[in-house]
Design a binder for this molecule. Structure first.
Ligand SMILES: [Zn+2]
Length: 338
């Protein structure tokens, strides 16, 4: 909105000690905020009689707003309307959001009233505009919220994530298929790579076991594939596995989980390693009855094992013992899970 269009054309001039007509002039004004210089194009009013600057509250307020905005822009700070959008987007109040982020209860209220956010707070607020980042923080801190607030956020988040655009991931998924696809051979359990079965095997275990360390997921996938191979002569996912110090791991598993990240799973690190948790439901229709039985049997045998225990358990399998370290593991039927 242009100040000139609606500003009053009359103001009190101290110099003339009278209400006078004013003219408006656009000028660059220098200010210093938190030690940082900002130059802003503002509008000032001048007395038509003597030329002195005249204070007009409405114009001054407008200028302050512009200076504030310029400072935010130059320091890439989040603006008030973006903060309002975050509250609306996740159906959460300013106080609960402050608590969720581990800040003082009134922090966000102050920002909404125009107080300049600290840089690191601003960065955090910008980050949670991404629902997956927000979901991660929500999952780890939601206990600070009231039951009602928690339910509201959970409901909204679910809708947001289900309707999230998928295009970027289609490219990533295509890359995965290209990377893993090979003619059926002894290293993929005589099964062509199935992205769908890989994703839904992972989601199956996450749904049944809850958040799971990457190292444990690697083993759950291997046990499912090799057990299915033992029973039916073919693996489930078509993944290839490397013989690793800590047990079998899918080839380029970081790449695999990375590609699924934010669409099917969320990855986060704690002091012990990377954890996966599901943001989609697994679809049992991807699997044959035989495959579901295999997944279920692996879940029964290994679902409650810690990452360390399942790793040790994999070391005891003949298939693992026979494989050469750091090389591709041929599928064999030398495995027993019960
Ligand atoms: Zn004057």
């Amino acid at each position: 909105m242009d100040v000139q269009d609606q500003a009053p054309q009359v103001g009190y001039c101290c110099n003339c000690d009278d209400d006078v007509s004013v003219f408006l002039k656009k000028e660059i004004q220098g200010n210093e905020i938190r030690g940082i210089k900002v130059s802003t194009l503002v509008t000032n009013a001048y007395c038509k009689n003597c030329g002195e600057e005249v204070y007009i509250a409405k114009i001054s307020d407008e200028n302050l707003k512009l200076i504030n905005q310029k400072y935010r822009e130059e320091n890439a700070l989040i603006c008030v309307s973006d903060i309002q959008n975050i509250l609306k987007k996740y159906d959460i109040g300013a106080k609960p959001l402050s608590l969720l982020l581990g800040w003082g209860e009134v922090t966000i209220l102050r920002y909404l009233k125009g107080q300049m956010p600290h840089k690191e707070h601003s960065d955090k607020l910008k980050a949670i505009m991404n629902p997956y980042v927000f979901a991660e923080i929500f999952e780890s801190n939601k206990e600070v919220l009231s039951a009602v607030a928690k339910r509201k956020v959970e409901f909204t988040l679910r809708q947001l994530i289900e309707s999230a655009p998928n295009e970027e991931n289609a490219v990533l998924e295509k890359g995965l298929v290209e990377f893993y696809s090979q003619e059926p051979n002894i290293y993929n359990g005589y099964t062509e790579f199935s992205l769908k079965k890989t994703i839904h095997s992972i989601l199956y275990f996450l749904e049944k076991c809850g958040p799971t360390y990457k190292t444990k997921m690697n083993k759950l996938l291997w046990f499912s594939d090799i057990l299915n191979y033992k029973r039916h002569g073919h693996s489930i996912t078509g993944l290839r596995y490397l013989c690793h110090h800590f047990g079998p791991v899918p080839v380029r598993y970081d790449y695999l989980y990375g590609c699924l990240s934010d669409v099917y799973v969320i990855l986060w690190d704690n002091e012990y390693g990377t954890v996966l948790s599901a943001i989609k439901k697994y679809n049992s229709k991807c699997f044959s009855d035989e495959e579901l039985k295999t997944l279920n049997d692996v879940l029964d045998a290994c679902g409650t094992m810690s990452a360390a225990v399942i790793s040790e358990f994999s070391h005891k399998q003949g298939s693992y013992k026979k494989a050469a370290l750091k090389s591709l593991m041929p599928f064999s039927k030398d495995i027993s899970i019960n």
